[in-house]
Design a protein around this ligand. Structure first.
Ligand SMILES: N[C@@H](CCC(=O)N[C@@H](CS)C(=O)NCC(=O)O)C(=O)O
Ligand SMILES: [Fe+2]
Length: 357
């Protein structure tokens, strides 16, 4: 089965797309964002997919790609256009190439115009196309920097994208109004720059008078993306927590497994956020845990030390996840949730104080 997810980076309004084959458990990410790599890795883990490659639609000017970082963490390949001018990729793609993930594949179509190395990825059955910053929803990418060329863009869109079946869904790299998807049929009719009877000259005139300010991050993003997102000094990215082996979840918090907590229990503050009667009830509690019921946590968090990491605990891991968010908002830096709560703690045979079998 095909698995498809549209992910968003609010900082740059970038869409990242995950495409996976659940039978072979392989996936690709199109246009991952550096700051969202942890999120993307968590999703891949939770969906039990192996990332085979990060695919760039082009050298971005407004955010740094997550491709290099994902490669460090998962061993995934980096792929982008042979015309991109970028170094450090594992495969340089050409028009007509195929990128395989499991039993599915994407066809590479060269669609220059926004940059020289812009690519559109078309799914094997032509049901979806990922157009990068070439064709946007009722718009198009700009053509005024990075070897942009309005004439080339017009030809790319008309010959490579609007020529796909009308039902083919189009997923762009950005939308600045929050729109998420369009189709070839719609854009043929309603794209105000490239649809209907609009000719090449009309489009060039339109694009030459856009007068947009340059992206805020262009001077950082372009050089970094020409290295496929490898930091200039090769420094590992900022602070992954080191106080315990933690899993970052797609829900956006860190979790610790029972066995890992057992090992470091003496060095952390364990905060049990259940009600008094649950703490004293049949499930028992972790011996060194402090009881601080969730409704009291906001007012009582001052009782906790800021020097020692905190692990929040509840029955199943749900209320304690909320406690983690609350404590982070209160400025505590090293906070994690006990995965699966007391239920899993006990199911995996860890000792409790109080409680009954
Ligand atoms: N305000 C944005 C500008 C982003 C921008 O210029 N995006 C390019 C794609 S890299 C584009 O083609 N935009 C089309 C448009 O804004 O109409 C930023 O600073 O990042
Ligand atoms: Fe772009």
């Amino acid at each position: 089965m095909l698995i498809f997810r549209q992910l968003f980076d609010p900082q740059s309004s970038t869409y990242t797309y995950l495409l996976g084959d659940t039978r072979r458990k392989q996936a690709v990410l199109i246009d991952p964002v550096f700051e969202q790599a942890r999120r993307d890795e968590a999703l891949l883990r939770e969906l039990e997919l192996t990332l085979v490659a990060s695919l760039e639609t082009h050298v971005h000017a407004d955010h740094v790609t997550g491709a290099w970082l994902l490669k460090q963490d998962t061993g995934s390949a980096i792929m982008l256009s042979a015309d991109s001018g970028a170094e450090g990729a594992d495969r340089y793609l050409k028009h007509g190439d195929r990128v395989q993930f499991g039993e599915r594949w994407l066809e590479v179509r060269a669609t220059p115009g926004h940059t020289r190395g812009c690519i559109t990825y078309v799914l094997d059955d032509e049901s979806m196309a990922f157009t990068g910053d070439c064709l946007l929803i009722r718009g198009s990418g700009r053509t005024d920097f990075q070897q942009g060329d309005a004439r080339e863009m017009y030809r790319s869109v008309r010959s490579q994208i609007l020529s796909l079946p009308a039902s083919c869904l189009i997923y762009p790299a950005h939308d600045y109004r929050g729109l998420t998807v369009t189709s070839v049929g719609e854009e043929r009719k309603f794209n105000p720059r490239l649809g209907g009877e609009i000719g090449e000259g009309d489009f060039v005139g339109y694009m030459n008078s856009l007068g947009l300010p340059h992206p805020k991050l262009i001077d950082i993003a372009v050089p970094a993306n020409l290295r496929c997102g490898r930091p200039a000094n090769d420094a590992p990215p900022a602070s992954e927590p080191t106080w315990a082996p933690l899993d970052f979840t797609f829900a956006g918090i860190y979790e610790i497994k029972p066995e890992a907590l057992e090992e470091i229990a003496g060095g952390v503050q364990i905060v049990d956020v259940r009600a008094n009667e649950e703490f004293a009830g049949p499930l028992g509690h972790i011996a060194s845990a402090t009881l601080m019921p969730l409704p009291e946590l906001a007012t009582r968090s001052a009782e906790l030390s800021r020097e020692k990491p905190i692990v929040a605990v509840c029955r199943s891991g749900a209320r304690s996840a909320q406690a983690v968010v609350l404590l982070q908002k209160a400025g505590f830096k090293d906070v994690a949730n006990l995965a699966g709560g007391m239920l899993r703690w006990r199911a995996e045979g860890h000792r409790v104080a109080g409680g009954r079998d």
